[in-house]
Design a binder for this molecule. Sequence first.
Ligand SMILES: *[C@@H]1O[C@H](CO)[C@@H](O)[C@H](O)[C@H]1NC(C)=O
Ligand SMILES: *[C@@H]1O[C@H](CO)[C@@H](O)[C@H](O)[C@H]1NC(C)=O
Ligand SMILES: *[C@@H]1O[C@H](CO)[C@@H](O)[C@H](O)[C@H]1NC(C)=O
Ligand SMILES: *[C@@H]1O[C@H](CO)[C@@H](O)[C@H](O)[C@H]1NC(C)=O
Ligand SMILES: *[C@@H]1O[C@H](CO)[C@@H](O)[C@H](O)[C@H]1NC(C)=O
Length: 536
Amino acid sequence: VVPGARALAGTAGPGLLALLLAVSAPLRLQAEELGDGCGHLVTYQDSGTMTSKNYPGTYPNHTVCERTITVPKGKRLILRLGDLDIESQTCASDYLLFTSSSDQYGPYCGSMTVPKELLLNTSEVTVRFESGSHISGRGFLLTYASSDHPDLITCLERASHYLKTEYSKFCPAGCKDVAGDISGNMVDGYRDTSLLCKAAIHAGIIADELGGQISVLQHKGISRYEGILANGVLSRDGSLSDRRFLFTSNGCSRSLSLEPDGQIRASSSWQSVNESGDQVHWSPGQARLQDQGPSWASGDSSNNHKPREWLEIDLGEKKKITGIRTTGSTQSNFNFYVKSFVMNFKNNNSKWKTYKGIVNNEEKVFQGNSNFRDPVQNNFIPPIVARYVRVVPQTWHQRIALKVELIGCQITQGNDSLVWRKTTQSTSVSTEKEDETITRPIPSEEMPTGMNITTVAIPLVLLVALLLAGMGIFAAFRKKKKKGSPYGSAEAQKTDCWKQIKYPFARHQSAEFTISYDNEKEMTQKLDLITSDMAG
Ligand SMILES: *[C@@H]1O[C@H](CO)[C@@H](O)[C@H](O)[C@H]1NC(C)=O
Ligand SMILES: *[C@@H]1O[C@H](CO)[C@@H](O)[C@H](O)[C@H]1NC(C)=O
Ligand SMILES: *[C@@H]1O[C@H](CO)[C@@H](O)[C@H](O)[C@H]1NC(C)=O
Ligand SMILES: *[C@@H]1O[C@H](CO)[C@@H](O)[C@H](O)[C@H]1NC(C)=O
Ligand SMILES: *[C@@H]1O[C@H](CO)[C@@H](O)[C@H](O)[C@H]1NC(C)=O
């Protein structure tokens, strides 16, 4: 955007209009070209994941992908290449290249030996991938992190790559949607052929949008691995393996639903009539996951998908809630289940709050069940600390029907903050870093916002420029008449125009980026809120 603005400023004065139109077209074209060959891209504060387009399928002919990756200032950047498969022996038209302010790494291609990891001495690097005409090749997958995480791995590492019985690694943000299988579950463990970071997201150890540290324990394998849907990741059933792995967690994963003092209420409930003509109640009390029989179901069977039904659980006292397991009706002749839901929570006398995502600050919609029978787990990172929680279904199949189990632990009195710090190390660390990053735009948003600004701002700029051009021509004529020396004044005008034209750009840009600033602020607020709630 800035070079575009500079170009606009450079052509200020007579003849501006014609050039303006010529400038605005290439500006957009360039933005599209540079984003064209990029695939999956997730970044968060100090780590992320990036692939070429279609990865692990074949990347397209004649594309370019160029992105600048940054970690907080003062930190060094670590790049790890998980996969590189570029069909070229000369790197002439197909290559991957990293450029920092002091060094250049690459170009890499073909069968050349490529370093698995690069430790840069800068906090910023530009990644450029280019392709010509080719038949095959997966392209690349890379992850990055700041030097605070020297144990960074890529999304493609599997437990079978490591021999130690116990180890700790750092998973970058963005591994959830990278192709590759996992099998098993958080209770029995995962087959050793499973992807480590994806399994950690499945197990609720890290959130995909944040990444984080994982601690892995190897165990002897078991004969069968049972797959479930959890945190939006589906694990598969697996067969006998020599080894499996489990994650060490903070221990806050007890079932909270067995509490005898727990109360369950709902917005409405349903009564059906069975074959023998008796009434069957689908009352809120039947929403306990461990109980047999039909679940809770909402009274309203209409298909108007307005989310206004809820199921409320009173835990009797404030607890730390780290996850929820849900099922549908569990009755084969009633194919009812909740496909997505949001969570509300409150304490004794406070107002209901909605659980929000850390990164986008929107209410977080959890992926629920996909059939009436199988339990699905979702984890809260950071945890909810509350006495009352509500499950508010957003979409469902036929009728809202739910059984739930909350997962979490007691809040230990006296040393609450210690517990908090211990269990959410990664999130509290990232808030501390917030001050450094707050004035920096998030790199991932550079290209898309650039394009948005172009489309939004060009008409505005045209208007402003038209006005200025009019004024400029007028002023130039007047000065010409007065002094007869257009050059000096044209220089002055140029800087004037630069300031004024730059302004709409700057405004749009900051409006775009405010979204991310707000998130970061909101996150601290959220953390403050939870910690202060716990203290209270
Ligand atoms: C970074 O490393 C390069 C060589 O790899 C060196 O020339 C440069 O001076 C280094 N910069 C800093 C700031 O250390
Ligand atoms: C690239 O173009 C060549 C020749 O036109 C074609 O054979 C090849 O299939 C194309 N590759 C891809 C990945 O589309
Ligand atoms: C109908 O419901 C009644 C009461 O819950 C139960 O005793 C009876 O077995 C049910 N009949 C059938 C066919 O399920
Ligand atoms: C909330 O209410 C319960 C019982 O009604 C009480 O035991 C508890 O102390 C209250 N908590 C707060 C923070 O007021
Ligand atoms: C909390 O404090 C008690 C004693 O004051 C101590 O035994 C316990 O280990 C502490 N818990 C944590 C998690 O620090």
